[in-house]
Design a protein around this ligand. Sequence first.
Ligand code: ADP
Length: 713
Amino acid sequence: MTAPAVFQPCMVLLVDDQAMVGEAVRRHLANLPDIDFHFCADPYQALAIALQIKPSVILQDLVMPGISGLELLSHYRANPLVLDVPVIVLSNTEDPAIKSEAFSAGANDYLVKLPDKIELIARIRYHSKAYQTQLQRDEAYRALRESQQQLGDSNIALISLNQKLEEATRSKSEFLANMSHEIRTPMNGVIGMTTLLLDTQLSDEQKDFVETIRSSSDSLLTIINDILDFSKIESGKLDLENAPFDLRICIEESMELLAPRALEKKIDFAYWIEENVPTKVTGDPTRLRQIFINLLSNATKFTSRGEVVLEVRRASPEQMNNGAAYKSPSLGLLFSVRDTGIGIPENKLDRLFKSFSQVDSSTTRNFGGTGLGLAICKRLAELMGGEIWVSSVEGKGSIFHFTAALEVDSTHADLTGLIGISGLKGKRLLILEDNASNLRILSAYANSWGMHVSGASSSEEAMEQLEIGNFDAVMVEYQFNESVPTKTDVTVTESTPARASSYSGRELLRCLRQNTAFASVPVILLSSIRLGSIIEELGPFSISAYIYKPIRRSAVLEALTHVFHKARETGDVASADSSDELNASLPLRILLADDNAINLKVGQAFLTKMGYEIDVVTNGADTLEKLKIHPYDILFLDVQMPGMDGYETARKICRQFKHTRPRIIAMTGNAMQGDREKCLEAGMDDYITKPARPADLKAMLLKWGESPIPAKS
Ligand code: ADP
């Protein structure tokens, strides 16, 4: 910024012993608003007056009594305050010798008295302006140097503050890692023990109490994880993984986690991936799943009737937050989670993605939660090069959208669409499904495999289709007309009695089988609930295959190919849970190392239930001793143990037992970034976080049980 120019008059000091000259010059300069004239007749006073009035130019007579003009000039030049003031020497003659003497003494100009008025004024103005400009420039330089100095000083202060902050952040995340471990260890005990307790003989009341403990500790764990995640993201400590994964499986796993809650509330639950979205991708599946789970869980929480649908399509470049992350070969995807729930008032939308904020305090009481979920989703989406936003109509529902940049995993072609579809091409399929989203999804799958699809979402439509007949297979929704309607006329429908024409799934099956055209057509039953013992009652309808919701594409394909290949009589019913006797199919020798007695007890009980007899140790040294005596296939190793910690133990095992060592699975309470790498670096094969659940342990046994360390060739 430049300061506005300030008018500064030329301050002229004439030093001459002759009053007459003084008078003549005064007259020349009279009435000029930009010139302020001062006269000094006493040469001995000249310097003092100059110091006082600070002239912008001095007119200096050469010949004066007592002291010469040149001598005075040298006085001016010796004084720092007038050193640079321009001096115009007034001489009686145009004498080159005197002139050169004057210039070498420091004069800036030389005039013969009395000069022409115009010339005098012009020279006064010229020298004054030059001097004043120089003064201003010097002042600006000085101010600049000063602010530079200040800037430098504050920079130093900032750097040191930053260092302190970094130290604080580091100790904060260390503190969090430790706290996380400290909290998870007893949580492991609580969750594990309640899981075991639930398997014992309990009265209904006791069972209810234990289930409450179980669900409370589950929510406590979610909150701890949320807080930990949030701090990790805030301190920039969250690095995304870049691993190949199947997007469809990632979505299906997230859906399945929340399906029981949706089923409880009788909400339809579905997902749809557009045809042009490649599903073999690389990115961070864990963090992506975290966003899905958060959004799906909110959608289910705030919806009491209708449906929750997750949709995936390609994003347009404008929908991506970070242009750079989107550039080829990145794959920008748009995910939308749509619900028919309570919606969000428009004036509350802006605070949704802020941390610790809920839409209002009454919902806080109704629904609970930390208000961190969406803030975490926002940051995760941004880390993935995307954005998150919402559109919502109060009372009708919300759609949460987010984008993320992934990479296409070109090393794995998506073959799921190709396996077994040859037998489906041209086949005529009838789908009786009252939920419009599910009908659309099922039809799209079947169409993509070359089938001819007809659909019916109401009893009337179903009856029409049954009259037409001529189908190769029929899919029937078992809960037809049972789920609470999605449409906006929800207010009237809840207690509306079933009309005569509102058939249930079972009634549809009956009509179908009574119709000769359908007597032997294979039927695939769709169901939101595991049919279990009901399956026997369904015997007369000769169901060929079952598909359980949330609908997985692979399940639909499997059911259809099964039906048309007639491989077995009655499709894969809910695959029986065989976890209890895993030992029979996968015998393993397992060692469990943990210094915490409760953790040992829980782990031991879980593994015993799977049919394994396991050995336990409580420290690193005993682990090594035990390995000398017995060969083990799997070692579950706690990371934080006193004395020799898990990392060191693992390093020693790898060194001492090389090719005869068991697969080492770390168990860690620290869910901090870098822990995984630390475990792998120490030679461990995999890791699970505490509290470990039976499913985690089982997954590890299945993953590693059949792949021992390769013997040295
Ligand atoms: P919390 O972990 O407490 O659920 P979130 O950040 O996930 O926090 O959500 C914040 C708030 O946003 C919720 O308390 C709720 O008021 C509102 N909200 C989130 N999702 C929905 C939704 N699908 N429908 C209605 N309100 C929602």
